[in-house]
Design a binder for this molecule. Sequence first.
Ligand SMILES: C[S@@+](CC[C@H](N)C(=O)[O-])C[C@H]1O[C@@H](n2cnc3c(N)ncnc32)[C@H](O)[C@@H]1O
Length: 253
Amino acid sequence: MLDATPTVSALDYRDIFELRGRLYHQAMQKVPNARDNEFLNVVREARITPGMTVVDVPSGGAYMSRHLSDVELIGLETSQTFAELATARAQNVLLYENNQFPLKDACADRVLSIAGLHHVRDKCEIFLEMRRILNPGGRILVADVAEDSFVRRFLDDFVGHYCETGHSGWYFGASTRAELHDAGLNIIGDKRLDYLWCAQDMEQLADFCRLLFGMTLADTSTVADGIRNYLGIRELGHQVGLNWQLHCFACES
Ligand SMILES: C[S@@+](CC[C@H](N)C(=O)[O-])C[C@H]1O[C@@H](n2cnc3c(N)ncnc32)[C@H](O)[C@@H]1O
């Protein structure tokens, strides 16, 4: 394991994604089904039905859109780069800042958030905003890396070492439960989601991670070693998968 100290504060992540967003998008375009299990797990937990209005925040380049049909999907983003990349793919992504969403009260049946909130130190404000836009009877699903998980060690130690801008964050833990509670949200589900990110072979999987996490200081074979050491892999016959995990809270207001 590497002993790496992140080189930047996570306060700068909005700017970092203006730089890293295109590499992230390139990864998601090259291997669009790599994270299918992740999106499908959250969609399943959200119990989405046709006709619903679903808000995805932060949406990145609107990658959730592959997994939802017959709903109105609205992406929210802080990064201009991601918003432009999504708009170029004819996806509906709106920019927001200061944790304030450009949406009216009680307009969403579901609010989803995947792997973005560890960039936000004080999450209470954004949880309050999610609650404000939620319809009565609606549901919020927030999924992110847990502070005590092997995924956090991979991100902060390995990715942090090979990404020019480092990696650090405010991951999910006991304080997240308190912040959800403080925002007036009732936690109805609280669990780890374990699944695989998949590709056709180890080289493709490592290349995907290298681009997704902006590990420009590593070559593909170094990233493959990091994946094996920190995450572990599973051979699936025609594919290979790496172990990934997010902690998911389901909430009502
Ligand atoms: C790992 S990506 C996740 C994007 C998308 N949900 C996905 O699963 O592919 C992290 C996201 O966090 C966003 N982000 C970075 N800093 C942020 C901040 N301070 N507040 C809100 N979002 C932020 C980035 O723009 C990016 O969309």
